[in-house]
Design a protein around this ligand. Structure first.
Ligand SMILES: Nc1ncnc2c1ncn2[C@@H]1O[C@H](COP(=O)(O)OP(=O)(O)OP(=O)(O)O)[C@@H](O)[C@H]1O
Length: 265
């Protein structure tokens, strides 16, 4: 469903992705772990062509995304979820979810916010999948942070994507709420066969929710395997590589204590 081979991306002299190989199957929930600056967001941005990789292979649901000129069609297959729930506060949860259908309605229809009956039914279904059927007609600014993020997931699902790219979707949520959000996302991905690539900082969430974990350090894959195969040494390899000042322009000293020890993992 997603296949990258030797994907590279530079920003000036900063080599951000240095030959990334990643595979994600239909319905698989792949967590990308890595320290700040490892290139996680850049990888997702290359996958939906918000950024253009410099070289390598990038296949998304059978499309050669490196060669693909029509990003609109690609983005219909690929939905994004961001750290800060990009919902429109004054709209109801239902209307926010319906904006996920804007790509499939006519320009006039989208201007007038005219949606087909089947789109409205789909939006209700997506809200039900994230446990928010009862909030459909509430304004999103009356919802909690976790509920807003679930509206964001429902909106992504309403796009009927083949792939969801989630960039630190629970970074601003408390642990209980974060787990609830990840649970809904994983259940939807399994039920609907959607490939999810999810950037996370938290090793324990990665272990709990990932079908697979990909560890990224300085733009290279340093771990790729099942959560139960992730060892303390792997965690140190992911988090303790000193950031190469020649490639990033900023030096970062190695932490004095092994991160796996500090985290107790
Ligand atoms: N548009 C851009 N222009 C120039 N440099 C960029 C751009 N986007 C990212 N970078 C650089 O690429 C590197 C990787 O950034 P990226 O956001 O992909 O890391 P990350 O692993 O997602 O980090 P974080 O966990 O902090 O979000 C950083 O050095 C960053 O400064």
């Amino acid at each position: 469903m997603i296949r990258t081979r030797q994907l590279t991306k530079r920003y000036g002299s900063n080599a951000v992705l240095r030959g990334v190989d990643l595979d994600a199957a239909a319905g698989e929930f792949v967590v990308v772990l890595g320290q700040s600056g490892a290139g996680k967001s850049t990888l997702l941005r290359c996958m939906n062509r918000l950024a253009t990789a410099d070289s390598g292979e990038l296949q998304i649901d059978g499309i050669d995304a490196m060669q693909y000129g029509d990003t609109r069609a690609l983005r219909r297959k690929v939905a994004m979820i961001f750290q800060h729930h990009h919902v429109v506060p004054r709209l109801t949860a239902l209307k926010n979810v319906l904006t996920g259908r804007l790509g499939s309605v006519s320009v006039l229809g989208s201007c007038l916010h005219l949606f087909r009956r089947q789109d409205i039914a789909l939006a209700h279904d997506c809200l039900a999948r994230v446990g928010l059927a009862h909030k459909a007609h509430e304004r999103t600014d009356a919802l909690s942070g976790g509920q807003m993020q679930r509206v964001g997931i429902a909106r992504a699902l309403a796009q009927r994507p083949r792939v969801i790219l989630a960039d630190e979707p629970v970074a601003s949520l408390d642990p209980h709420t974060a787990r609830t959000v990840l649970q809904y996302l994983r259940e939807a991905s399994r039920a609907l066969g959607i490939t999810v690539v999810c950037n996370l900082h938290q090793v324990d969430y990665a272990r709990e929710f990932g079908d697979r974990i990909v560890g990224l350090a300085q733009g290279r894959v340093v771990f790729d395997g099942r959560p139960d195969a992730l060892t303390a040494a792997d965690i140190d390899r992911i988090y303790l590589q000193p950031v190469d000042s020649a490639s990033t322009g900023r030096a970062q000293p190695a932490a004095p204590v092994a991160l796996s020890t500090a985290l107790g993992v």
